[in-house]
Ligand binder design. Structure first.
Ligand code: PRP
Ligand code: URA
Length: 206
């Protein structure tokens, strides 16, 4: 399943991120805010368990989240989405997957993986602003699956049709959430119109 989150605030903030003149501070801040807004929608279908509690007034039958939530940012750019989501889900744990794509071959390379325990029982949100060829997300999802994850959502800001198709083919069990589905990839594998290199824009490395 793919969901493109159409919301005026998300579109507005993403527009600021796409502008070539937007600097690191504003790019980061908008990414943080968009990720927080996306978290609200992404978690809409999370399972709840019934629970009986005592309010100061009476005993009350209500519900609470069944599963622990684990955020897994794909390093580096996925890190830019963590704080925004944590502001809504402060109890979430955070694992990390290091994957970069070779600029010539566009092939993903894994260089780091560290997760909290009991990934198999958690709701895992894999985070990356960009879903281009889909190679990095595919590799990251493989890694979290190898570590036991069973319930996985992929959360990206901007996706290209090529990346969406790859994930649908390789991981039909993974729901994909995007803030925007763009037109295509260019000859260098950049998303068009896109927003450029997300990692470089977040960390000011170019
Ligand atoms: C970017 C981006 C994704 C990947 C998307 O990361 O953050 O992880 O490219 O491209 P793909 O879908 O074709 O794999 P990059 O490899 O530039 O690493 P960085 O985050 O360290 O800059
Ligand atoms: N990675 C990015 O950061 N941007 C793109 O457009 C494609 C891959």
């Amino acid at each position: 399943m793919i969901t493109v989150l159409n919301h005026p605030l998300i579109t507005h903030k993403l527009t600021q991120m796409r502008r070539v003149e937007t600097g690191t501070k504003s790019f980061r801040q908008n990414l943080d805010e968009v990720a927080g807004l996306m978290a609200y929608e992404i978690t809409r279908d999370l399972k709840l368990d019934p629970v009986t509690i005592n309010t100061p007034v009476m005993e009350y039958e209500t519900a609470e989240l069944t599963r622990e939530i684990v955020l897994v940012p794909i390093l580096r750019a996925g890190l830019g989405m963590v704080d925004g989501i944590l502001s809504l889900i402060p109890t979430a744990k955070v694992g990390h997957v290091g994957v970069y794509r070779d600029e010539e071959t566009l092939q993903p390379h894994e260089y780091f993986a560290k997760f909290p325990e009991n990934l198999d029982e958690a709701e895992v949100l894999v985070l990356d602003p960009m879903l281009a060829t889909g190679g990095s997300a595919d590799a990251a999802i493989e890694i979290v699956k190898k570590h036991g994850a069973k319930s996985i959502k992929l959360v990206c800001l901007v996706g290209a049709p090529e990346g969406v198709e790859l994930i649908k083919k390789q991981h039909p069990d993974v729901d994909i959430f995007l803030a925007a589905l763009d037109e295509k990839l260019d000859e260098k594998g950049y998303i068009v119109p896109g927003l450029g290199d997300a990692g470089d824009r977040i960390f000011g490395t170019k």
